[in-house]
Ligand binder design. Sequence first.
Ligand code: PEP
Ligand code: MN
Length: 334
Amino acid sequence: MICVLKPDVSKAREEQLIAWLKSQHLDVHISRGEHHTVLGLIGDTTSIDGELIESLDIVESVRRVSEPYKTCSRQFHPDNSTIDVGGVKIGCGQDLVMIAGPCSVETEEQIISVANDIKKVGAQILRGGAFKPRTSPYSFQGLKEEGLRLLSLAKRETGLPIVTELMDIDHIDLFDDVDLIQIGARNMQNFELLKELGHVDKPILLKRGLANTIEELLMSAEYIMAGGNEKVILCERGIRTFETATRNTLDLSIIPVLREKTHLPIIIDPSHATGRAHLVPPMAMAAVAAGTDGVMVEVHNDPLHALCDGAQSLTPQQFEQLAVQMKRIKEVVG
Ligand code: PEP
Ligand code: MN
């Protein structure tokens, strides 16, 4: 962190600030120019409040040189991470991972038929919500425990690992058979939940919040990793903008930005990003072209009668076509 002092700061005030910075376990490198003194703060600045320092009347500006996160940062871990989800490897340099399945688990017939269909065309992981975060309390809230039981059944039937959302850490004992725990957009900054996940020995799919920056997403990953669980996969699912033609705006530039900033794997969810089934294939293909490690797509055997997110769900036939196209693009981009 670099701290530029205002011109003509008295020696006493400067020494006072330096003494305080040293009390925060930092070394201070002082460089004096003709008008300005520049303090280089050396050491672990992750817990230092740069805005607080900048608000001091003797300080002109403060700039971070290293990121405020550590464990998820590429600076501290230059090689890409690969995360194993029930035998499926997710990460840069691995095969494209296709996660597919309905928004919500509804019936045994539904989840088993979708699981078989997506497996046939090469999807490696089955998704399905059991605990659903719905905007309206009157909407379908998921089958909860029964939904998890049906997901396990589909896993046994097909051999596909399963991903499903956890909303409350008190439910964690029900998630024994779950291979990848999803933390939904609405809980991305539920810090108590994130801290608890730091002690869980399972990979976490962390979705970006509706109105969160990339740095905030990485800080949330850091919460989990700082607790000891380094198996975090990041998921872009669209952010809220002024645009109303799509459910959200898919921020595909997150892929190259995250590649620079972190070693963690990246999944793109074009279903929640667009909200319309016919918009899903082009954005899924664009995500593969931009270098995503995987995509997560909502697929339903009967979208018209889906209890949740039918408008954005592909039929198994549409997913089959998309799977072929994505594999072709992956072959080209490598
Ligand atoms: C989901 O994937 O089922 C979901 C609710 O997504 P999000 O948290 O991104 O809205
Ligand atoms: Mn959904």
